[in-house]
Design a protein around this ligand. Structure first.
Ligand code: MN
Length: 216
């Protein structure tokens, strides 16, 4: 077919061993750790997780991540990310669900969608994927400029990865190339231009990046 203009290239993220993982969609799970639900002001700490999406074009692997426009309250959320192939989950990695918390709060107040708070350019930071089954337990941590901010364990998830896939599968048909951000433990907080972020999950490749200045 002749296109009106050149189509966008396939978006792919690195996998240990050299191959790339071609990304289809990014599903994100919110409110999946009780202590994070509590810190956000929630009282029902086992509420069904909220589901939202980011475009594949929001992905970045750093090492420099542009500070996004409009917000004055950009938050980090470290999350395990599961990667789906033709026969289910084939790899996992460390991800950061960057959140313009001020804009998300405005959207929540209006009862509107979260895109302006969640789905912005460079709002999904991801480290290299490790092939194989994702860990079901182990430390999940994030530090900013060497200070630990988030320090949880994957076994604190309200819904396990298989349960999350079943939940998403009720509403959507999961496909090869889909990524699933599985929610964040407590300790979310603000990032500033120049901050260095280190995120680790036991059993997965670590992720380090630096927030740069706002794009001109
Ligand atoms: Mn999140």
């Amino acid at each position: 077919m002749n296109y009106l203009f050149d189509p966008a290239p396939v978006i792919a993220i690195p996998v240990e061993g050299g191959a790339g993982f071609p990304v289809n969609r990014i599903f994100c799970v919110g409110q999946n750790y009780a202590d994070h639900i509590r810190e956000m002001g929630g009282t029902d700490t086992s509420v069904e997780p909220v589901l939202f999406m980011k475009p594949a074009s929001a992905l970045t692997s750093g090492p420099d991540v542009p500070f996004p426009p409009v917000t004055t309250d950009l938050h980090h959320e470290v999350e395990m990310v599961a990667a789906l192939g033709p026969d289910g989950v084939i790899a996992a990695g460390v991800g950061i669900d960057l959140t313009r918390r001020d804009l998300q709060a405005m959207a929540k107040k209006r009862g509107g969608p979260w895109e302006i708070g969640k789905a912005f350019d460079n709002g999904a930071v991801i480290g290299p994927l490790r092939p194989g089954p994702p860990p079901a337990s182990g430390a999940i941590r994030l530090s900013v400029n060497g200070t630990v901010r988030q320090d949880g364990d994957l076994n604190q998830m309200n819904r396990s990865l298989p349960e999350l896939l079943a939940l998403i599968g009720k509403y959507f048909t999961l496909q090869s190339g889909d990524l699933v951000f599985t929610g964040t433990p407590s300790g979310v907080g603000p990032l500033l231009p120049g901050d260095t972020v280190e995120a680790t999950i036991e059993g997965l490749p670590p992720l380090t990046f630096r927030m740069t200045d706002r794009k001109a």
